[in-house]
Design a protein around this ligand. Structure first.
Ligand code: GCW
Length: 690
């Protein structure tokens, strides 16, 4: 296997400096009795060696039977696999846990302190092992443990937008794709380390290729590199490559998924049509599913982007999305597979926001049981802040998935520090009916539901393009597992495992992360509901990175009168898609949360907000405040020089330099744009700019 040099991220397992703590850890973890058999147990052993080897300076002694002559030991296995567990923990309690749950309990067994780690299934042992090592890596005690953990979401998936063969990653800011599709099925060590990172935060699914399986209008363009495109991963000769990756992920309890092109029956099967109601198409999908499961028995299923941004779909045959998805679902059902059908469909409606609901809500109950409708958190497209999609809570008869974006397409693209955990908390806590039905409960605990996050890794040595962006993948996984975790806890865990437990470092990095999102909203949007004002030109690197409000009049309708979109019943009517009393609150300019005001309302520039400030003045103030905040975070990071290793400190410091300049650029472009339309000067004399 080719050796690559890359970071360990939060799995650094730095030596425990506190002597008393490390002695306590050694007492309990120097000896480990780990059961045999399942591939996951290989992952458990490997992680114990690496984790305890790093934290305690020596690898554990792995036994094949209970060690008798020791003070303390770990017993890791399924309830009835070993006596230290079956005699200490009620097997029914363990079997009663969620399939992916686990239990860690301190017990006494035949005179020894035994830390039991057990679970109903092997992959629970993987998650439990990472939990135990996380406790030690964050300096937590491991005596008197009584941990019982179960995931809130069934599916906790990463959607890669990697273009196989081409090697690029759409909206990726961390180098090229991690997966070397030319060399696969040959494996790389880095694939295992990626699986470790994902499993350590409870991720249990990965779709390995871009949902844009065929670059529309550039037929042949992406074939330039090697004559193959994303949709061709479903071709027989490429399935062994997918199977090889699946064999790595399997060891860490992660299922592999593929993004497929809806016209695959034509592109791969040579059929004349991909009409979902055509028997030959039905047969083709069934045959293809058979072939995939022959090679990958635990394959997760297919992710489909259809009738969206140039990707073909059932509309080509005047079929609806349920008919479109169901033919693939029927093919996967015998194998336990699932279709993740994306609801990111918009085109003809003048208000893009209303379309997904109008398209999918009427189809509630029409999708087969093994179809999950995958819905972006907001009605537009991963903007710094959006209202939550009206579809959540509107399709009780349909399995739902929430799609979040871990890569920062609209929040600074791997250059700006922008921590998205607070955004995701806001989405998951959003009460869909004002009566205690938060999104997290709409999604949680139901077969086939869950969360899919657009991936962030690439082959950069730091994996993420920005060291602080690693916190987004970490936080994403932790929130998928337990959306009740608070942002501060998740942030603290990541910092301690990534940078150590120096109090100043922990406090400062936490502050930088937790304050970065609101700053990003302010300089990218003005902070009161505007969005989608970015450059959308051909230059890929600037695309969605630079400001260009003039390009998108339909997203703000700024003119001499005012700004904002009337989405009330007088306007596009989007607000009526929410249930009462949410709809009523958003429909009133007085009651609508200020941070979303101009998304729901069109207001005069001089409209007075609750504190008497006008809309225009608030826009100016927020844009300037956003830049001030970035400068402050920049200085906070500089103050850590010497506390964090030079390599990472300099890496982040350089990006903060660019971050300040780019934030200023957004501010200056937006305030000039607002001034040109409003003709209203800034009360503080900053606009018009000199
Ligand atoms: O976010 C937008 C991006 C596209 C992406 C698309 C989608 C993969 O600009 O790059 O395509 O949405 O979610 O399908």
């Amino acid at each position: 296997m080719p050796v690559e040099d890359y970071d360990d991220c939060w799995l650094r397992y730095e030596p425990v400096e506190d002597e008393e703590l490390s002695n306590a850890y050694r007492r309990h973890c120097t000896h480990a009795y780990v059961s045999e058999g399942a591939p996951e147990l290989g992952a458990v052993r490997e992680e114990l060696r690496r984790g305890l080897g790093g934290l305690l300076g020596r690898e554990p002694h792995l036994w094949q039977h209970p060690p008798r002559s020791v003070d303390g030991f770990l017993a890791i296995g399924l309830p009835d696999e070993m006596r230290p567990i079956s005699e200490s923990v009620d097997p029914d309690e363990v079997r009663g846990l969620h399939d992916e749950g686990y239990l860690i309990r301190s017990v006494e067994w035949e005179g020894s302190d035994c830390t039991v780690l057990t679970a109903p299934r092997d992959r629970g042992l993987v998650y439990g092992t990472f939990h135990l090592l996380r406790l030690m890596a964050t300096g937590e005690p491991i005596i008197d443990l009584d941990v019982v953990e179960e995931p809130a979401n069934e599916t906790r998936m990463i959607n890669h937008w990697d273009d196989p063969f081409r090697g690029s990653v759409e909206r990726g800011y961390a180098g090229r794709t991690l997966f070397d599709w030319e060399r696969l099925p040959d494996l790389k060590e880095r694939y295992y380390d990626y699986a470790r990172l994902l499993a350590s935060v409870g991720i249990n699914g990965v779709s390995v290729n871009n949902v844009n399986t065929k670059i529309p209008g550039r037929e042949g363009a992406n074939e330039v590199v090697s004559g193959q495109a994303g949709w061709q991963l479903l071709e027989s000769e490429n399935l062994e490559k997918v199977a090889a990756l699946a064999s790595v992920f399997r060891q860490y309890g992660i299922k592999t998924y593929l993004s497929v092109n809806y016209a695959s029956p034509m592109l791969i099967g040579g059929l004349e049509t991909a009409d979902p109601l055509d028997p030959a198409v039905e047969e083709w999908w069934a045959g293809k599913a058979e072939e995939v499961y022959d090679r990958i028995p635990d394959f997760g299923g297919f992710v489909v982007k259809a009738d969206s941004e140039g990707q073909t779909g059932p509309y080509d045959y005047d079929r609806d999305h349920a008919e479109g998805a169901n033919v693939i679902a029927r093919a996967l059902a015998p194998h336990g597979g699932r279709v993740w059908w994306r609801a990111f469909v918009y085109s003809e409606h003048e208000d893009r926001a209303v379309q997904a609901y109008e398209t999918f809500e009427p189809l509630d109950g029409e999708f087969h049981e093994n179809v999950t409708v995958q819905i972006k958190n907001g009605p537009i497209d991963f903007q710094p802040r959006e209202p939550v999609s009206t579809l959540f809570g509107a399709m009780p008869e349909t399995a739902m998935g929430c799609e979040l974006q871990i890569t920062g397409e609209y929040t600074g693209q791997g250059v700006h520090a922008c921590y998205l955990v607070p955004q995701w908390k806001e989405v998951l806590e959003f009460d869909t009916d004002g009566n205690g039905s938060p999104v997290k409960d709409v999604l949680g605990g139901t077969e086939g539901q869950g969360i899919a996050g657009v991936g962030v890794v690439g082959d950069d040595p730091n994996w993420f393009g920005h060291h602080l962006a690693g916190a987004n993948l970490y936080g994403y996984g932790r929130l998928c597992w337990d959306p009740d975790l608070d942002s501060e806890t998740v942030t603290d865990e990541w910092i301690r495992q990534s940078f150590g437990d120096d109090p100043t470092t922990v406090e400062t990095v936490s502050e930088i992360l937790l304050d970065s999102w609101e700053a990003s909203i302010d300089y990218h949007t003005g902070g009161i509901g505007l969005m989608h004002m970015m450059y959308n030109g051909e230059a890929a690197l600037e695309n969605h990175y630079d400001p260009s409000p003039g390009e998108w009049p339909e997203y703000h309708v700024a003119d001499g009168e005012g700004i904002g979109i009337d989405r009330t019943s007088e306007g596009s009517g989007y607000v009526e898609q929410y249930r009462e009393p949410v709809a009523e609150r958003y429909a009133s300019p007085e009651d609508c949360p200020e941070e979303l005001l101009l998304f729901f309302h069109r207001l005069p520039w001089e409209h007075e907000l609750a504190d008497g400030t006008t809309v225009i003045q608030r826009l100016y103030d927020n844009c300037f405040a956003g830049v001030e905040e970035v400068r402050r975070l920049h200085d906070r990071w500089s103050s850590l020089e010497g506390d964090i290793d030079d390599r990472r400190h300099r890496h982040v410091a350089e990006r903060f330099d660019e971050h300040v300049l780019q934030a200023e650029r957004w501010r200056d472009t937006l305030v000039t744009f607002f001034h040109e339309h409003s003709g209203v000067a800034d009360e503080r004399g900053r606009v018009p700019l000199d």
